[in-house]
Ligand binder design. Sequence first.
Ligand SMILES: Cc1cc2nc3c(=O)[nH]c(=O)nc-3n(C[C@H](O)[C@H](O)[C@H](O)COP(=O)(O)OP(=O)(O)OC[C@H]3O[C@@H](n4cnc5c(N)ncnc54)[C@H](O)[C@@H]3O)c2cc1C
Length: 473
Amino acid sequence: MSEAHRVAIVGAGPAGVRAAQTLVAAGLRPVVIDENARWGGQIYRQPPADAGFRRSASTLYGFEAKKAEAVHDTMATLLPHIDYRPDTLAWACEPNRLDTLHAGREASVPFTHLIIASGATDRIVPLPGWTLAGVYTLGGAQVALKAQGCAIGSRVVLAGTGPLLYLVAYQYVKAGANVAAVLDTSPLSRQAAAAPRMLNQPSTFAKGLYYVGWLHARGVRIERGVTLDRIDGGGDSAVSGIRWRTQRGDARALDCDAVGMGFGLRPETQLADLAGCRFRFDALNRCWLPERDAAGRSSVPNVYLAGDGAGIAGADAAELAGRRAALALLEDIGVASNRHHAMKLEHELGRIAAFRAGIEHAFAPPADAAQSWPDDLVVCRCEDVTAGAMRACIRSGLATEVNRLKALTRIGMGRCQGRMCGESAVALLCAETGKTPADAGRLRSQAPVKPIPITPMLYDDGVQMQPEEAHDE
Ligand SMILES: Cc1cc2nc3c(=O)[nH]c(=O)nc-3n(C[C@H](O)[C@H](O)[C@H](O)COP(=O)(O)OP(=O)(O)OC[C@H]3O[C@@H](n4cnc5c(N)ncnc54)[C@H](O)[C@@H]3O)c2cc1C
């Protein structure tokens, strides 16, 4: 890569890989940084290279096996042409520089152009018992299966809402795990009402129906429109069961030793925030998103956004958006690109966005859960902040927006930096004040975006960083 154009890509999922491919085809040599040990991102996550088990692509990725192999093979062919840095966390971003950490070593990665393809994580809506041992996110439950070849328990309940709920249930049962129940907080009537909007992606829609039908055919208990009441723990503080109410209000309980829980996905936007991107509230994603144009250009010159990290749209859209953002970058540095191809990518992304709107309506997370949170519910598990402590702070009038609530209660100041609890804090603030999420404010991101060791780090030349040089946590 010429010194004039140092391109960094964060994320080696479908978006990052396709962005890298497009840049390499134009003669650039991007740095590709990913905290995972192997490329593929979330959906096409690969087991560790030295895993003690072997599972075929079709077993790991089901209907998506061919797409997974295509992304994996593409990345393998790119390796001689890129500077690939796996197992590397980009923990801070400043103008024209990423700070990264790999095997305890700190390295600065200067860039002239940055593509952020950082993906998403599960959305959490807390309920009593959610911090017990044996409660995982749905994504975490899936990672256990894909990367470790194991289930999260011997009798598992999957709860929450979203397409991942049924997909993980299907993958678990197919792998031989015991799924005691699938508890969906979204009612069937809402899902049926959203169906017409999802018909513009008929094969994706059909796959969803297939998973549900397949689970029904195997006798897996599925309940929709439920209200999750609590996850019970035994004497060892581990999960022993779950309680909920049916759509008609009847109380139900079930024994289990693990719960996989998630309410859709939320974009990982912290690096875009640290890069200085302007944000706007997005009603569909129910969160603040970095602004971008149809090509993926952010509000900051030379910073581009692609994939789920800029708004949840799924893996196919991530591939398209990665390509489109890379083309935008090439256009901006004066490399002639195929305008027709770029327009086609944008058109296809628009079609997927319409489908995505249907999904978000079909599987909306419970809107009013925060009102019923008991005062002793731990909302921020890193800092042990309860709903009661937050309510007291809000009712005192001291916190009218979420960053003030953070300053006064420490919610969002711990290891997760608000990635797990930030939306819950906003939900509680809204429940107490009547504000809308758009008016409740946006948690400002701080470096490090994910935990890094506070023991002295090494610079990439092997010299130990002095304490006063270390970045503040
Ligand atoms: C846990 C989970 C499981 C999912 N499973 C499925 C599924 O089975 N089927 C399906 O259709 N969809 C699934 N999805 C959604 C799907 O993964 C996404 O739509 C798709 O992968 C988006 O691609 P992407 O390239 O935008 O992001 P991702 O595939 O998420 O890739 C982002 C990459 O960026 C890296 N990264 C993020 N932040 C940093 C950082 N600060 N430093 C370094 N690296 C970083 C991550 O390690 C990751 O490899 C899942 C999502 C999640 C969160």
